[in-house]
Structure formats: structure tokens, C-alpha cells
Design a protein around this ligand. Sequence first.
Ligand SMILES: Cc1cc2nc3c(=O)[nH]c(=O)nc-3n(C[C@H](O)[C@H](O)[C@H](O)COP(=O)(O)OP(=O)(O)OC[C@H]3O[C@@H](n4cnc5c(N)ncnc54)[C@H](O)[C@@H]3O)c2cc1C
Length: 453
Amino acid sequence: MTQGKKQRFGRPYIETYYRDTLVSNVERPSLEGQEKTEICVIGGGLAGLSTALGLVEKGKKVTLIESNRIGWGASGRNGGFVAKGYSASHERLVKKVGLERAQDLHRLAIKARSDIYNRIEEYNIECEPVRRGVLGVSWNQGRDVRDHIEFMDKNFDVTLEYWSKDKVREACQTTQYHDGYFADEDFQFHPLNYVHGLARIIEEKGGVIYEGTRAEKVEEKALGTGQGYIVRTPQGSIECDQVVLCCSIYINGISQKLKYASFPVYTYVMVTKPIPEELLENSLNTEYAVFDNRYAQDYYRRLPDNRILWGGRVSVKGVPENLAQIMTDDLIKIYPQLQDVVEPEYAWGGKLCYAPHKMPQIGQMKPGYWYNTCFGGHGLVPTAVGGDVVSSAIANGDERYKLFAPFSKPNFAGGPISPYVAQSVYYLWRARDVMKSLKKRSCASVVDKKEAA
Ligand SMILES: Cc1cc2nc3c(=O)[nH]c(=O)nc-3n(C[C@H](O)[C@H](O)[C@H](O)COP(=O)(O)OP(=O)(O)OC[C@H]3O[C@@H](n4cnc5c(N)ncnc54)[C@H](O)[C@@H]3O)c2cc1C
């Protein structure tokens, strides 16, 4: 192996709360020269790192390359909600593939969520706070929450705890929400510290990681045979038996097929300055992570130093200059009592990779040429699913990855117009949220009047 010099190419981390609270910011060298390995993983987000870890745990020789820093993309910028399921809802999955296959996919996600939790404990990864418990709150009055709880219990054997309006309002002191449900096994963590923890373990187990190393091209060693590949980088190359593409929306020249099978969507996070404890007690009076049930939802949580991390919105237009203000206004709409105290300290955006069906794309283009990508806005658990099924397929011939076959054919997703379609769908969702809310509120007032009479 040619050991690369400690030289930095690629982009540094953008300014985020996570970057500024990294417990260990180990930089890796760029690849210079030629190298041989069994498997080359391209992309150092959670899809790539989970795949690489699964492979080294199974005794495989792995090299992972990342264009920038590990976790530079969505994996180091997200909300930190580690929740079961995929970007497509359980309800949508059942419609799309039937109950049995949806149950199989769900079981993979439940296992992956436990794998993440167990890895944090087993390998002592410092990515606190690792707080169990996520609260889903309802924007509207009605049966939405109860219907969802019943659906999950009946079809997926998941017990969600029903929270009355009073209980929700004790935790989230706002008049916006009605009832809710509590998922005790979902949790929250510091994603960039988790990323660095996974990288450390991969290296401890013999894997090699290069940062600032962009894969420019993947060539077959002998055309059409699938008998090995050469990954070309600006200053070197990696000869390997198998390749796994985990490039998300940054895939560009590596695979036109994958590039055109997905589209980018931006989404955003804001982190406030620390807020006095007594003011938090009168607003966000819970340490559980919270999200609402609108299509265009808000999600948020308290950080250990009494800040609020606030996430939401999607757009195709990049990161607006006044993002901090936009997100702060969103927070104040829900918690007006914080109006005079909330000050944003960080605000950032990140790019998501979506396919029209909102499910990951996991499969093989040709023998030994794998892809594990397109996790959308709900990717922390699914990237661990992808890492599990792809590494098991490569190491043990496990065929669970085929459960993703209905979603994994890289079909054309609309090319340059697809982000605009996505933006229109988002506006439509927001309009539906408003309509639904108005409808439910007018029904509720009719009921109230009848009761009063
Ligand atoms: C603001 C925001 C909030 C979110 N909140 C949550 C949340 O709370 N819960 C949740 O479950 N999900 C959340 N998500 C989604 C989740 O973060 C993603 O689904 C997941 O991290 C995707 O992981 P990935 O590895 O596929 O992609 P990424 O993390 O984007 O990684 C891809 C990596 O591949 C590298 N790369 C690409 N091409 C090459 C190449 N040719 N050579 C070398 N390297 C390459 C890139 O530089 C990048 O680092 C959020 C995302 C964002 C942006």
C-alpha cells in the first residue's frame, strides 16, 4: 500500500454546531499512488461508513475514500433523530409493496436502529446526548394519532404510547398541538461525533480511510467480466474486487444512471444560543426529540447546553441568506413566549438525495459493482440498513438486499426538472397541511358548539 501524505484536498466542514462540538476531529490523508484492496467504498457519509464497518467486522479488507471530510454531507449536518422507518411512510410502503414485504423492510430498520445503539455502547462512541424517546405531536384535532398507533400496532407490532393533549402540552407548551404519540426506542444523538466514532472503529479493525480523495472514474479491469475494478482518483488509483457507491446526491460523473435516478432537495437546521432553563421549562419542557405530523413538518430538540436545535423546510433553491431568521420565525410561531429570548447562533442547509418513491436505492449494477444511496430526509436508520445488507451480501452472499429490488432500478427521475417538481410537491403539501388544519379546526368548532348547546 502506498501511504498518502497528510495533505488536504476537498472541502472543509461547513460551520455547524456539530463541527464546533466535535470531540475528536482526526483528519485523514488523501490517497497518493496505487493501492490494492478487496472492496473500495466511495463516499464517507453514513451509508459508506456503515458499509465499510459491516465489511471489516466480517473480516474484509476495505478502503473508503471521501471527496471532502467524512460526514461532510448530510450525515454530519442532520437533526440527529434516529427513528425507525424510511423516508417513505409505513402506510405508503404497504400500499407500494404489500404488507409482508413492508414488514420485512420494517424488521431491517428495527435491527439497524438497535445496531446503531449497540455500536455506540460497544465501541464507546461519544456522540451524546444519546437520549431515548421521540415524541410525535399532532397539528390537528382528530383521529390521526390514534389511527397511526393502531396501524403500527396491528401491522408492525410496534407499541406507541398515546399522549393526550394535556400531556403533550406539558412537554411542549404551545397551543399548536393536540395529542401525540411517544416512541420509546427511537433516540437522538450527535451525528458528526457518531461519524467520527465509526471511522475510528473501521480503522481499528484494519480498514483504510482517505479524505480529500474524489473518485473520478470507476473502470472495469477487464471489460464486461465484472472481475474487478479500478477506481481512479486525482492522484492515485485503487484496484479492487468490488466497489460500493455511497455518493448520495454528489454522484455526478461516476454513474449517469444513478445521477438521473434521483434529485437533490435542500433542507435546514438552526441552533439557538443557550436559553435559560426556566424559559425552557415554560416552552420546550422536555428532553425528548419532537416532530409534528404535517407533511412539511418541524422537528426539534434540546441540546445538552440548553440550546434548541430546530429543523424543517425543504427547497430546491439552496440556502437562503436569511435562513437563521426564517428558522427562528418558525420556532417563534410555535413558542411565541420565546420571542424576546431566542437568538440563532448557527443555521445551515444540507442536500438530500431523493428518488420519486422516497425509498433508498440499494443493489448491484453488475457483479461486484454495488450502490447504496438515496436515503432522503430520513436516513440515519436506513443508511445502517444499507450498510448491513450490502456488507452481508458481499461477505456472506446474504440476499436480504433484494428486498429493496422494487425501488432499486435506477429509473430516470426527471433530470433537471425533477427538483422543481419536488418543490411544487412541497408547496402542495404545505397547502394540504393548511387545508387539513382549517378543515379539522372548523369541524372541532362545530363539535364544541354542539357540546356547548
Ligand atoms: C439538514 C438535514 C437534516 C436531517 N435530519 C435527519 C434526521 O434528523 N434523521 C434522519 O434520519 N435523517 C436526517 N437527514 C437525512 C440524513 O442525514 C441522510 O439521509 C443521510 O445522512 C445520507 O447519508 P449518505 O451517506 O447517503 O449521504 P451523505 O452524508 O451526503 O454522504 C455522501 C458522501 O459521499 C461523498 N462523495 C460523493 N461523491 C464522491 C466521490 N466521487 N468520491 C468520494 N466521495 C464522494 C460526499 O462528499 C459525501 O460526504 C437530514 C439531512 C439533512 C441535510
